[in-house]
Write a protein that binds this ligand. Structure first.
Ligand SMILES: [Zn+2]
Ligand SMILES: [Zn+2]
Length: 347
């Protein structure tokens, strides 16, 4: 079958590999669409080998079940599904509590559960095998849109859903970084909260894509951005700041616009460092602020996100590529040419 493989440092290629066979508890999916993420670009661009050589990339997967292992229950051949990218055990204390992204048996203290396209073969291929516990029904959704829900949609959903206490009507929410995840974040904030929504990015085109969907847009590299945001948020700052970039500049910006008892959530992975200062006269963070680095989302989050997607209220830009052009999607994403999410639609 056709696949996009990470072969080693700097080397991602379209190849032919053996079609995988189903193990107990697994299904074989015929992939209908698979998203391309900044994480994939990061793997290709890195001078270090961050994932196993030979792995099939693709952690955003939509497909149709082509084969089920004999012990599989609850799904049948022909079902349209998407894949939760956290392949957890389903049995440990954390999984039972609905925190599969902190699974005790398949992850470690500093690394998460198995992830397709990262630590095990993923979905940028004609077929992929998936544990039945990771499947979420997605019938009726456009496969290209469904494919990007498990990462571009799930990451902001998880952060927003877990900060419901901060996101009451009258509150203000800031999204830093309006790429694929940022567009989802804006749509989810609109659909799930009554918050004032403020979008920040260093690119005018990125802001233009959401200008009509939010209350305010500002360039994040504007010298006066912090005062513009706090003014727009009612003077005390934003109750919720979603930093989808996570570099030094955005972390500093987040801390300079967050309100007392606000939530800073940083799914962005751009090697930023934040200094946590505890003096009585600290100027780094207002009192009561919480700062976390959330990982992916829970199985329940993804079910809820699919339900929300089915209402038709989520509008994000998708840049569609054929499998033959999949590597061009990598190049375009790396060159900053994509406003929204790149997705490979299998023909
Ligand atoms: Zn990703
Ligand atoms: Zn577990």
């Amino acid at each position: 079958m056709r696949a996009i493989q990470y072969l080693g440092i700097g080397d991602v290629a379209a190849t032919e590999v053996e079609r995988p066979t189903v193990a107990a508890g697994h299904v074989l999916l015929r992939v209908t669409a698979a998203g391309v993420c900044q994480t994939d670009i990061h793997f290709r661009a890195s001078g270090e080998q961050m994932i196993p050589g030979g792995i099939v990339l693709g952690h955003e997967i939509a497909g149709i079940i082509a084969e089920c292992a004999p012990d599989v229950q609850g799904f049948v051949v022909g079902d349209q599904v998407i894949v939760h990218p956290v392949w957890s055990c389903g049995a440990c204390r954390q999984c039972i509590a609905g925190r599969e992204n902190a699974c005790l048996n398949t992850g470690g203290r500093m690394f998460p559960a198995a992830t397709p396209g990262v630590s095990i073969d993923g979905g940028l291929a004609d077929f992929v095998t998936v544990p039945v516990s990771a499947l979420v029904p997605a019938d009726g959704l456009d496969p290209a849109f469904a494919a990007v829900l498990p990462d571009a949609g799930l990451v902001p959903y998880h952060s927003i859903n877990a900060a419901k206490d901060q996101l009451r009507p009258g509150s203000a929410a800031v999204v830093i970084g309006i790429g694929g995840l940022g567009q989802f974040a804006v749509e989810l904030l609109r659909a799930m909260t009554g918050a004032t929504i403020i979008a920040l990015d260093i690119k005018d085109e990125a802001l233009a894509a959401v200008k009509d969907r939010v209350d305010h847009v500002f360039r994040s590299d504007d010298r006066d951005v912090a005062s513009k945001v706090t003014d727009s948020a009612g003077g005390h700052g934003a109750d919720f700041v979603l930093d989808l970039v996570g570099n030094n500049a955005t972390l500093k910006l987040a801390s300079s616009i967050v309100a007392p008892y606000g939530a800073i959530r940083v799914p962005g992975l751009s090697d930023g460092v934040f200094e946590f200062e505890t003096s009585q006269t600290s100027t780094s963070l207002p009192w009561g602020v919480s700062l976390t680095r959330p990982y992916s989302g829970t199985h329940q989050d993804l079910h809820e996100l699919v339900a929300l997607a089915r209402t038709g209220r989520i509008n994000v830009n998708l840049e569609r590529y054929t499998f033959e052009n999949a590597l061009r999607a990598f190049d375009d994403l790396e060159a900053g040419k994509i406003t929204g999410r790149a997705v490979v639609v299998m023909e």
